[in-house]
Design a protein around this ligand. Structure first.
Ligand code: FAD
Length: 463
């Protein structure tokens, strides 16, 4: 036998590491799977919705997903700002540097969105699904995964990325594993209307402060009287009750529109109903207030109401949102809804490497870490995938460098000093190394410089 045949025979007796288990084919799980595959590490990606959004008995797998696709965006179709001087923009820049796969696919599915990365959600999900399916090292497993404790006992490497609507069976196994109470808050989705049903007489296309293309957003102006009547109707409209009573926690970064209305007369005008920067071509002035609509698909057939998460009853949504003159005859394709959102108490159970304190072979990624939003889900999916590859290949998982956005976000998430951990997306305030007293421009320059230096140094040492 020639030496190469001997070598092949020997190698065939060396046990290969078992594939990494990834639970959840959402944003985080899909990114993690693609990262592992890119490093030559095999994985099983478990997703319960592969044959459709419903279980065999017809009930939905989750209250928000409506497709069988991977990486389904359940509400807005925006990955937020692309500008590096904004927190999501700079984080995106870092993720691209680290070889993020989902952002590349998002670019391919991009729609005009001004200074934001906005995608056609169906196209994006199709692209991710086909990228994952065409990876020989990723095997897609259909079904609800609920073997957490048993697989931990078998010493398997696991990335849990089952999202804010994790199945009950898995969530209780995770709660038992981390030994804590289940944490939760409530979150809501915005309605979507047929584009042809928006009245052009009462709306105009314009991107705020002329950022992006002129028709990225359609604005529905309200004068003072209309705004006040709308607010009044919103605060007195009927809402769906919350399972378990009204003792629920809301995520402050994504409040229902009726909650904003109740907080004060002008709260909505300083939030999603801001008129500033929206020059109405008919008057040459900014309206008193305006509701913005954003394209939902590349065919320009549907639009979502920006910032209109709600738990109003469906009939009430038609009645109250119909008070906006441009939406008087709007056809609702999807109503706004409200859902439970699961996450763990990360400062108590997670390392900045995304490993569980007491089960370092288990990593968490996505919204289940309490880091909120699509972009954080992609970011933690990427880091968990890269770190899990290191672990399986015998290297130490890495802590993202201090000074980088990713580093600050993961340190913030796992900082045991946090007493009350509330879900949040990345923001520059997580850079705890930033001097408190510094001029804004100088602060921004420091943030950009530190991020660049941090990654240059890390990539030089780790490759
Ligand atoms: C209703 C709602 C609206 C939201 N709107 C926005 C928004 O507009 N903008 C924003 O930035 N963020 C939003 N978020 C927050 C968050 O960014 C998204 O939920 C995001 O999709 C989280 O990504 P993920 O990968 O962690 O989870 P997901 O994308 O939800 O993926 C998790 C996957 O795991 C699967 N799964 C769950 N349990 C199991 C199991 N036991 N076995 C197999 N598969 C399982 C699910 O079917 C799902 O496909 C919203 C969240 C909710 C709940």
């Amino acid at each position: 036998m020639t030496p190469p045949t001997w070598v092949a025979l020997l190698v065939s007796f060396i046990p290969l590491p078992e594939p990494v288990i990834i639970v959840g084919g959402g944003l985080a799980g899909s990114e993690a799977a693609l990262q592992l595959a890119a490093r030559g590490v095999a994985c099983e990606l478990w997703e319960q919705r592969l044959s459709g959004p419903q279980r065999p008995d017809g009930s939905p797998w989750t209250p928000a997903h409506v497709s069988a696709g991977l990486a389904e965006l359940v509400c807005s179709n925006s990955f937020k700002s692309t500008e590096p001087v904004r927190a999501p923009g700079l984080l995106k820049q870092e993720l691209r540097l680290l070889g993020c796969r989902l952002l590349k696919l998002a670019d391919e599915a991009a729609l005009p969105g001004g200074a934001a990365l906005v995608v056609d959600r169906e196209r994006f999900s199709e692209l991710v699904t086909s990228a994952v399916r065409s990876e020989p090292l990723v095997s897609l497993r259909e079904g609800e995964y609920a073997e957490l404790q048993a697989d931990c006992d078998r010493g398997r490497h696991i990335i849990l990325a089952s999202g804010p609507l994790s199945s009950d069976a898995l969530w209780s196994q995770l709660s038992a594993l981390v030994g804590g109470e289940r944490l939760y808050f409530y979150d809501a989705t915005s309605p979507v209307v047929a584009a042809e049903s928006v009245d052009p007489e009462h709306s105009f296309a314009h991107s705020r402060y002329d950022k992006g293309e002129g028709d990225d957003y359609t604005n529905c102006p309200l004068d003072k009287e209309q705004y006040l009547a709308f607010r009044e109707a919103l605060t007195s409209a009927e809402v769906y009750p919350i399972h378990g009573g009204d003792d629920y926690k809301l995520f402050e970064g994504c409040l229902p529109i009726e909650e904003l209305a109740a907080r004060g007369r002008d709260t909505m005008r300083y939030g999603p109903l801001k008129g500033a920067g929206l020059e109405d071509p008919r008057t040459g002035r900014w309206p008193y207030s305006a509701v913005q609509l954003r394209w939902e698909d590349a065919f320009h057939s549907a639009m979502s109401l920006v910032g209109f998460q709600t738990r109003l009853r469906y009939g009430e949504q038609e009645r109250v949102f119909g008070m906006i003159p441009a939406l008087a005859k709007a056809k609702f394709i999807r109503y706004g809804r409200m859902h439970r959102n699961c996450y763990v108490e990360a400062p108590r159970v997670l390392q900045p490497t995304l490993q569980l304190n007491y089960e370092p072979r288990v990593m968490l990624a996505g919204q289940i870490t309490g880091l909120e939003g699509y972009l954080s889900a992609v970011a933690t999916g990427l880091w968990a995938g890269q770190n899990m590859a290191r672990l399986v290949l015998g290297a130490e998982p890495l802590v993202a460098p201090e000074g980088s956005c990713l580093g600050s976000m993961l340190r913030f998430m796992s900082n045991p000093a946090h007493k009350k951990y509330a879900p949040t997306g990345f923001q520059f305030g997580m850079h705890t190394w930033l001097p408190a007293k510094m001029q804004a421009q100088a602060k921004m320059e420091l943030i950009l410089q530190r991020a660049e230096d941090a990654w240059a140094q890390m990539l030089q040492t780790t490759g």
